[in-house]
Design a protein around this ligand. Sequence first.
Ligand SMILES: C[S@@+](CC[C@H](N)C(=O)[O-])C[C@H]1O[C@@H](n2cnc3c(N)ncnc32)[C@H](O)[C@@H]1O
Length: 226
Amino acid sequence: MPDLISGDRRAHLYSLERWQYEALDISLWHERTEYMVALLRRYLSNRGEQDADLEILEFGCGSMALESMLREGGFTRARYIPSDCHARDERTLVLDLNAPDFLDSVPAVDVIFMGGVLEYLDRAESVLDALSKKARYLFFSYCPRVASQTEADRLGWKNHWTPGEALAIANDLGDGVMSESGFDPSAPKPVHTYFVASRNWWRPELAAAAGPLPKIHDRPVRCPSG
Ligand SMILES: C[S@@+](CC[C@H](N)C(=O)[O-])C[C@H]1O[C@@H](n2cnc3c(N)ncnc32)[C@H](O)[C@@H]1O
């Protein structure tokens, strides 16, 4: 089968510059974010933290749909901190997760949130490991490699973990993982999510109070909209 994508187009798909011009207001991404907010609400409710003064740092914030969804999802006291490789507004913490020294500018927060970002990173596993030192909880999505996918389905993505590999990586990050795969975009791009209680707590007193999470495959939640 001939390569129908030109070298230039291929290089563009893997570049950081692409994100300066890419459309970010994508309904499927927003549905994923809404779904993740509902899950986050449940995970934090289970730990008695749903109404806490949480700092939630979003990497790859894109259009920042998360900000209003957090408010609408009941996180009225949360402080939202957006970050992206390009400035999305004047608040954006501009940072390239592929840069070797990116961690130096990451503040310690309660929750790090990443939806649809890991797939674009050169060293996604070490980025997750580094971020686990900066937050009590990591909450991220990942589109794992499944048998029904073609190479074209994963074009532009830089890593290709299977569901088992992604879960093993998440398990290694902390003292417990809630993993979920109920969000159902059109096949063949399943979305899995991972809520990790980080092992490297920045507030040890809260770690003792919260305790470890069980390693279970969670049941899906219903999105507020559907
Ligand atoms: C698929 S979009 C998802 C946007 C948003 N999270 C959402 O779900 O609507 C990927 C986002 O990751 C950002 N991104 C891509 N590569 C990045 C990098 N190396 N460092 C930081 N952000 C990056 C892009 O600018 C973009 O905002």
